[in-house]
Design a protein around this ligand. Sequence first.
Ligand code: SF4
Ligand code: SF4
Length: 78
Amino acid sequence: MPPIIDKKKCIGCHTCVDICPVDVYGLKQAKKQPPVIQYPDECWHCNACVFDCPVKAISLRIPAPAAMVFVNAPKKES
Ligand code: SF4
Ligand code: SF4
């Protein structure tokens, strides 16, 4: 599922547009405006835009089948 942008938090920096490896946001966007998600089906849930958004305005809905492959790393015993 595509990312969701909180338009109240977004400052329109377009770091997410620049960093998305598959151009979910499209290529040309009006700066200082929240980006428009132009190709939502292309999102592969890499989380790059979520991690790099400076104001944490992006959330990602990871589909259940994809979420099942994520596991927490085991804690190291000291
Ligand atoms: S990186 Fe965050 S603040 Fe910048 S345009 Fe994208 S959603 Fe908005
Ligand atoms: S999660 Fe990855 S693929 Fe999806 S929109 Fe963000 S940067 Fe692009």
